[in-house]
Design a protein around this ligand. Structure first.
Ligand code: ZN
Length: 258
């Protein structure tokens, strides 16, 4: 059984074949997908998706740093309002993106800190998007000391930083990036880090696997991610699937698979 801890199945690119995809996912043993929110405008779709597929889909709500142009001035208050009525398995996705062209660090950090505080107060894990900002993120996580930790999705930090995340109760999400022949740093990390720290993800429709650049990525590819990790670690796919499933269930406090 496989668990895709990060895919954006609510995005319009899946409108035509979402149902078929989820049916096929179930047949392939992909028992759960976590779909994180990125902006308030998109939350209604997310809630509908969860209601349509309650056994397969868990959702999170959050304000993504790359969608700042979509967040109104009172976005944080509106998110808090939503959380009073919606059942979520985590807060996110939220984070810091240090690439050029993104909103200023100060603006991103303000939005992130408001959500970290919310996660701490509501005892929820967080789903983090961290690009070129791991040191700042680690500093903030130490300060907020989240009781439930969370996951650093599409992990791109160093092995040393991975240890710090793990100490703070975080799992590391691995997906399409590890399938690239030239991703040597990622390969070494997947080989050497404890499997207990890892969860699987696809980030569909983004982050296509090697050889699949001509189509949107899909949650079905989580099986190939597990196969690649198994190959790198010289362990069985079943072993990788079982442990990462357990990690994800612990992280999101899911005690039963339906
Ligand atoms: Zn994402």
């Amino acid at each position: 059984m496989f668990f895709d801890t990060h895919c954006h199945l609510d995005f319009a690119v899946f409108d035509q074949d979402r149902e078929r995809l989820l049916k096929q996912a179930a047949e392939m043993g992909i028992v759960k997908c976590v779909v994180p929110g990125v902006s308030l405008q998109r939350f209604p779709n997310l809630l509908t998706l969860r209601d349509q597929f309650p056994d397969q889909i868990q959702i999170a709500l959050g304000l993504h740093p790359c969608f700042i142009h979509e967040h109104p001035a009172n976005a944080v208050e509106m998110l808090a309002d939503q959380l009073n009525s919606a059942t979520v398995c985590a807060l996110g996705e939220m984070g810091l993106d240090g690439r050029p062209g993104m909103a200023s660090e100060a603006v991103q950090q303000m939005l992130l800190e408001a959500q970290l505080k919310m996660a701490r107060d509501r005892d929820l894990p967080v789903i983090l998007h961290v690009v070129k900002a791991h040191e700042v993120m680690l500093r903030l996580l130490k300060r907020y000391a989240l009781p439930r930790g969370g996951v650093v999705h599409a992990y791109s930090g160093s092995q040393e930083q991975a240890k710090h995340y793990a100490k703070l109760g975080f799992k590391l999400g691995f997906g399409g990036a590890i399938t690239y022949a030239r991703a040597h740093k990622q390969h070494r990390m997947v080989r050497e880090l404890p499997l207990e720290w890892m969860v699987l993800e696809t980030d569909a429709p983004d982050m296509p696997l090697e050889g699949y650049h001509d189509q949107p990525n899909s949650p079905l590819q989580v099986v190939k991610v597990a196969e690649r990790i198994a190959e790198l670690r010289q362990q069985s796919v079943q072993c990788i699937a079982e442990q990462t499933l357990q990690n994800a269930m612990d992280l999101f406090c899911i005690d039963q698979l339906s």
